[in-house]
Each structure stands twice: as C-alpha cells, then as structure tokens.
Design a binder for this molecule. Structure first.
Ligand SMILES: [Zn+2]
Length: 466
C-alpha cells in the first residue's frame, strides 16, 4: 500500500518552485495583443507552455494544440481518463498587498494570482500524475491532463480540444471545490429590450443603471429623473430608504434629481445572498409620476423581478429533488430615455425545465410593456448520478484521506469544465471551510491544502485508471 501523503510530501519543494514559475506569468486574456500565433495574446500560451515544459522535463508525452490548449499524457491505448485544468487567470486587478506575479509563501500560505484558481490546483493534479509515473505505476486506462487557456472567458481552448480530439471515457476538473460536484445547473441568460421615450416629458426617467455583470447581484444603482418638485421627491426617497434594507442618497443637479442606492453584491448563482440595489431603486421610482417609456421599464422590474430569486412572480418556481431550485438573478439594468432599456436576467435551472419555457414566461410578462425578449447564451444542466462509479471512487479517496466520513457530493449553480464530459465531475481543490479568494486581490491557498490535494489526486488517478 502506498502512503500517498508521505510520498506527496517529498515533492513540496519542487512543487512550489514550479508554481513560482507559473505565477510569474501574467496569463490573463490579452486579445488586444493577439497574433496568429497567440490567438488569446501571449500570456495564456506562455503559461500553457510552462506546464508542458515541466512535463517534458519529467518524461511525459505532451502536445500543444495551436497555443490555446495542450495536454500531458501518461499510459497507452485509445480510451483515456481526462483531468481538465487551466493556465489562464483573471487579471491581477487592484488591491494587492504584494506583487501578484511573485509567489510568496508566508505563514503556510501560497499567495499570488492563480494559486487557488487554477494554477495551484492544476499543478497539484500534475504532481499527482507525476507521482504515479515516478512510482512506476502503469495505468490500465491512459491519462491526459488537459490544460485550457481561456477558462475565465470563453473556453476557447477547451472547446477547441473537444472539437479536435476524441472524447475521454470519464474525467474530473480540479477547478472548483472538494468534496466533489456531480451536478451543475443549466445557465441561461435573457435580455429584455424596452423602447426609449418618443418625446421629452416634464417629469421623466432620464437614465437608470445597475449592475456590472450578469452573474452578480448589483451592489450599486443610480438613476436620473426630472421632477417638478424635486424637494418633495427627495423627502419621499429618504423615507423609502429608511424602510428598506439598502442605503442611498439623492441630490438635485440643475433640474434633475440623481438617486444612488447601495445594496449588497453576491454571486448570481444564489441571489438570496445579496441585496439588489437596482430592483430596490425601481421600487422607489415606481411611486413617481414618470413618462410612459420610463414607467414601462420600471414596472416590469417591480411587478415581475423584485426580491424574487425563485422567479415566482414570473410563474417559474421550479424545484428538482436532486439539483435544487431554479434561481433568477437580475444582474444588469440599463435605461436611457433616448435609446431605450435592457434588463439582463440570468437563470440557473435544474433538469426538468427548458430555457424555452423560461423565455415564454418572460415574454408574457414583458408584453404589457411593449418589451421584447432575446436569449443571449445557454448552458444545459449537467449531472452524473451519485452512485456512478466515478463519483463513488473519488469520494472514497476523499473520505479516506481527509477523514471526513460524512462528506457528500454536491450540486452547484456554477459551470465548470466538468460539463464538457458526459462522465465528468469537478473535484477540488478548495476544501470545505477554506477561504475562497478566487478572482480577488491577495489570492492565496494554504500550502498544506495544495499538498493534500496533490496526495488525493495521486490516489484518485491511480484508483480510476488501475
Ligand atoms: Zn478556474
């Protein structure tokens, strides 16, 4: 019997030296500097090639496909087991206390862009594979560690891989959390379009803006209106704010009143964790005598979308016993009196309900406001049964190495590479209770967690390919 943890521990120094090299590369999408050779810019390809260079050094077969995706192979045969990670990161962004591209190991934490998403975990999986090879273990089922370079945006590389290479028998993605994710809800986004005002009215909604991304609950919202009696309106606003779970301010700018509302941001996959500044601002504005076009935009929000993460007002409440509730996030709301408005709704839906049904209900609700609905994007729900051998094998390894006997697989609202495989799950590497710093300043992951992930991956790959 191999002592996986003791074996993995011997690799810690080499692992951290390799991680340092990966973190040093700014591999965020950089299409402004794209060339024929580097379709996503040079950074993502550089990080991919760094991964492949490690594998060449360690004696693996490697392949780079057009500088957008590549793989590291071990074993022989046609069928294979896949591990899907990625070498790109989100941009460094502001707010770092240290250089995001210089790996810092301090008080047991590995700090730097990509340590947690996904350079650290993908490298842990690579070392899991390397451990098998160094132990001389020949897998019965060939293994490919596939490295994408555009996970954070359009999945360009991984989609290319699945278009050009044969599909794996099964696989996992070390790009989420432990214990294991065996189901992902579908993810569909619609835009509802509103007309602008055909003429200038004395009391009018001039503009409305809320939200940054379709998959986030808007923290901030603002609107400009013209009102005959701005002072009274500001008093009304203060009363509204006093009775609401949001904060806000209003000011008079010439003949206009400017309202600002602050709620609470949250990931769009569970809008209950946030407070939507935009729909609250609409709740206030519906009290004002606005023009018809502005009223249409505001009333659609207040009558159909406000404070309704389960889309009950749209008649879309739906629950699947395994995959949970359909949820709705109203992530973007924009209106301009001249050009009109757009409201972006993002739904996470379990198996058993179709995007066409969601669109129908939205269209019914939009009709009275002369608004039209278009589907922007869709990903189907993905599910591997909990009693599937892939799930039970990986869970057994996880329980054995962590001692968490009660750990269970989960269904989430997010989308991982796992959905690209008919038999695919997400497996690690954020442990339950660990701080999630993905996409944030000062991203980190405890070295001990990355090492435990390495040891779990080694045994897991061994188990599912022996
Ligand atoms: Zn990731």
């Amino acid at each position: 019997m191999t002592d996986w943890k003791a074996t993995a521990a011997k690799y810690q120094d080499q692992y951290l030296a390799d991680l340092k090299q990966l973190v040093a590369i700014d591999s965020s999408r950089d299409v402004e500097n794209q060339t024929d050779e580097f379709p996503l810019g040079p950074g993502p390809a550089k990080a991919l090639n760094q991964f492949l260079t490690f594998a060449d050094r360690d004696g693996f077969t490697t392949k780079n496909i057009d500088n957008v995706v590549g793989y590291i192979e071990y074993g022989t045969g046609d069928d294979y087991f896949a591990i899907l990670g990625h070498a790109d990161t989100v941009p460094a962004g502001n707010g770092w206390d240290t250089n995001p591209f210089e790996l810092l190991v301090e008080e047991g934490q590995a700090i730097g862009r990509g340590t947690s998403d996904d350079k650290g975990p993908a490298l842990s999986a690579y070392y899991g594979l390397r451990i098998l090879k160094d132990l001389g273990i020949e897998p019965k089922l060939k293994i490919r560690l596939i490295i994408g370079t555009d996970e954070e945006t359009n999945w360009t590389g991984m989609n290319r891989y699945f278009e050009t290479e044969p599909a794996p028998k099964a696989g996992f993605s070390p790009d989420a959390e432990f214990p294991l994710i065996n189901g992902e809800k579908g993810n569909v986004t619609f835009e509802t379009h509103f007309d602008g005002a055909s003429a200038i009215a004395e009391q009018q909604l001039l503009s409305f803006n809320a939200g940054l991304k379709e998959n986030m609950v808007p923290r901030d919202a603002e609107a400009f209106v013209t009102m005959e009696d701005p002072d009274t309106v500001i008093q009304q606003f203060d009363t509204f704010i006093g009775a609401s779970p949001v904060s806000g301010s209003a000011s008079i700018v010439g003949k206009q009143v400017h309202f600002e509302v602050v709620g609470k941001a949250a990931h769009g996959m569970e809008p209950r964790n946030g407070i939507n500044a935009g729909t609250y601002l609409a709740m206030f504005l519906k009290q004002l005598p606005l023009d018809q076009a502005g009223t249409n935009f505001i009333r659609f929000i207040t009558n159909n979308l406000h404070d309704d993460s389960r889309a009950e007002q749209l008649g879309l409440q739906f629950h699947d016993d395994v995959m949970g509730d359909l949820t709705m996030n109203v992530g973007l709301m924009t209106y301009d009196a001249e050009t009109g408005g757009v409201i972006n709704t993002n739904f996470r839906y379990p198996k058993g309900i179709e995007p066409a049904t969601i669109q129908q209900h939205l269209e019914q609700a939009a009709g009275p406001y002369q608004a039209s609905v278009t589907q922007v994007s869709n990903m189907e729900p993905h599910f591997v049964p909990a009693d599937d051998p892939l799930v039970t094998d990986l869970m057994a390894v996880y329980r054995e190495q962590t001692g968490q006997a009660a750990a269970k697989p989960e269904v989430v609202g997010g989308g991982t590479f796992a959905r690209l495989m008919e038999h695919g799950v997400a497996f690690g590497a954020l442990f339950p209770g660990a701080t999630d710093t993905m996409h944030q300043a000062n991203e980190f992951q405890p070295v001990s967690d990355l090492m435990l992930a390495m040891s779990i991956y080694a045994q897991a790959i061994f188990t599912v390919t022996k």
